[in-house]
Design a binder for this molecule. Sequence first.
Ligand code: ATP
Ligand code: MG
Length: 325
Amino acid sequence: MSSGVAVTEPATGTRDTDVPALEFDGLTKSFGEHIAVDDLTFSVPRGSICGFLGPNGAGKTTTIGMALGLVPPTSGTARVLGWDVRTHWGHVLQNVGAMVERPAFYPYLSGRMNLEIFARQAGIDDSGRINEIVELVGMGERADAKFGGYSTGMKQRIGIAAAIICDPEVIILDEPTSGLDPAGQREIRHLIRRLSSTGHTVFVSSHILSEIQEVCTDVAIIARGKLVAHGRMDEILAGTDQLLIEVDRPDEARQALTQRSDLESAEIENGWVVVEAPRENSADINRYLVQSGFAVSQLRHREAQLEERFLELTGQPSGSEGEDG
Ligand SMILES: Nc1ncnc2c1ncn2[C@@H]1O[C@H](COP(=O)(O)OP(=O)(O)OP(=O)(O)O)[C@@H](O)[C@H]1O
Ligand SMILES: [Mg+2]
């Protein structure tokens, strides 16, 4: 089995929980002059739901392609559960299920028959499993209609069904909610949570920032092929020091607050005083206002929205064109 690759090579069947589900190390892909993925280094912890976020053309699908061994990297390494994708592709395929872009199926066969073919190719001959999966992804009775007539939402569902039919430990979904209505998007979020609760790692790319924020435990953000942020969602979102203060006489309160040396800014926003100050100073700011004769009715930190962080980090709107715009 070993082919001279020295580092972090787990034996077949090893379930070392320290090994990340996915690990990218200096991963780079150039198309001619154009560097689509640029020295990407990060890992996806096992058991996490990791969002993979980036504007159009940022390199998400190319990265996923390299993780699956479908796109050869120009340099660097992608590992799945410790296995180098290039040298241990067989192990990778056994442990990863993926839906990338628009999955293709036989148009004249029903969704169910397509899944049966898919399952049989993967060595599964169990109609119970097909029923279970059809149920899980919410295909319902449409499973028995021809794939050719499927709506976008149904195509996404059968794509996900095919990705998870072998019950892989690591599930990679490239924009699974694209083209889905809000109800469909919610179902996919439920599905992702359910997969996670049964021990799967889910790596999911999306443009829908709020969705990533809602469902993911971890996030990696790329722009123009480069990693701009990566970590636990709560840590990425903890980046705001903005304190929102509801107070009587907001203009005067703002004026009074500008006397403090610990404030970077103090502004009025929709009748609230918004100041930027270290988090640990908020109790003191409250005391200061009260002692100065103001009635403070609310004081809280603004929760960073992923969208704001995303704009800060990538310097462009979430849906805008990247390199290929
Ligand atoms: N086969 C290819 N040949 C040449 N350029 C490519 C190829 N595949 C991707 N690219 C380019 O690499 C860059 C990254 O593309 P990629 O599809 O990975 O981005 P993405 O983040 O998935 O974008 P989207 O959000 O639109 O799906 C883009 O500039 C794209 O045009
Ligand atoms: Mg893509």
